[in-house]
Design a protein around this ligand. Structure first.
Ligand SMILES: Nc1ncnc2c1ncn2[C@@H]1O[C@H](COP(=O)(O)OP(=O)(O)OP(=O)(O)O)[C@@H](O)[C@H]1O
Ligand SMILES: [Mg+2]
Length: 318
């Protein structure tokens, strides 16, 4: 008889084994398949069964893979107003988080105006396996967008259930070992946002706003929506704040400055940081080279915001 304290020693992939038991010649092993693609999970299951059967005293081996309990954090990036730079911030924040060592994915949830393929500089069509879309990778970030699924330039005239159904396919895609998933929302507080919140329960939301009052009024509306739906607002990012003239170096504030920080304080949500109105950000974004992937001052600004976001994620919500 095998030693009762440790009947099944020497199995491979110790780190994935959650429990093991040998009784009456039957080995029962439970392993964690978190983050594994279906084919890898099946391979692991086979390998464990064969290894167990090779051990003395094992006549039969039963291996159960736990339902892939992915500890994936979905973060919605929203704004009240359009054109404040949500998509640009999402792409660059994703790159900055990946540079900080996280496994990051981006969902382009702006089904009416997808822009992530342009921002991340990749227009490949995603393939599918087992009825699930396989995200495309660029700049160390996985992403999926409806922009990859329709021909470029074709306006999406989808409304209501078609749009929300398409979005669900992106969220439920094969994200593998991705642990942080950023969803770039369309502007405002409409159907797509509600459907994402209700179906996918984001762990938190980030609001992007420019500093001027009109944008801030809408940002408050977006914060209200997330609060009402019990999605913690992880913070506010102020975009297009300071403008440094490339010729004379003088700093000016075309949309004002500090407004988003004040609004965040007033609404008791963290302020995650400020991004300058920068020609580099605009030009590199249009060219599909996220400035967060470079070594310039913009990359530093995004890295700082990424670090604060990670801090906010670790702070328990009250
Ligand atoms: N900090 C910045 N400096 C300079 N240009 C910027 C900055 N942030 C965004 N932009 C530019 O502003 C335009 C709008 O940005 P973006 O598409 O990211 O906004 P959005 O909020 O996602 O818009 P929409 O509401 O249409 O989805 C783009 O041309 C982008 O390059
Ligand atoms: Mg956008």
């Amino acid at each position: 008889m095998a030693h009762p304290a440790d009947p099944l020693t020497g199995l491979p992939h110790e780190e994935r084994i959650r429990s093991r038991k040998l009784a009456g010649g039957v080995a029962t092993i439970i392993a964690d398949a978190t983050g594994l693609a279906k084919v890898d999970s099946e391979a692991l299951e086979r390998e464990l069964r064969e290894a167990a059967l090779a051990l003395p005293g094992v006549e039969e081996a039963r291996v159960a893979m736990t339902a892939s309990q992915r500890h994936r954090t979905l973060i919605a990036i929203g704004s009240g107003k359009g054109g404040v730079g949500k998509s640009t911030v999402t792409a660059n924040l994703a790159v900055a988080l990946a540079r900080a060592g996280r496994k990051v994915g981006v969902i382009d949830a702006d089904v009416y105006g997808p822009s992530q393929p342009t921002l991340l500089g990749k227009h490949d069509k995603p393939e599918a396996a087992d009825d699930k879309l396989l995200p495309v990778e660029a700049h160390g970030v996985k992403f999926l967008s409806l922009g990859q699924l329709v021909s470029p330039g074709h306006a999406l005239a989808w409304r209501g259930p078609m749009a929300t159904g398409a979005l669900a396919n992106l969220v439920e895609a094969e994200w593998g070992d991705t642990d942080l998933l950023l969803a770039d929302l369309p502007p405002g507080t409409g159907d797509v946002q509600l459907s994402l919140i209700q179906r996918s329960r984001p762990a938190g939301a980030v609001i992007v706003s420019t500093p001027q009052d009109l944008s801030l009024i809408d940002a408050r509306r977006a914060i209200d929506l997330f609060n009402k739906m019990s999605v913690p607002v992880l913070g506010v990012i102020e975009n297009m704040a300071t403008y440094v003239c490339p010729h004379c170096g003088e700093a000016s504030h075309p949309f004002g400055t500090g407004g988003a920080e004040a609004a965040a304080r007033e609404m008791e949500v963290p302020f995650l940081g400020r991004l300058p109105l920068s020609l580099t950000i605009r030009e590199q974004s249009d060219a599909g080279v996220p400035p967060a992937a470079s070594a310039g001052p913009e990359a530093k600004a995004f890295a700082e915001i990424a670090a604060r976001l990670l801090e906010a994620l670790e702070t328990p919500v009250h």
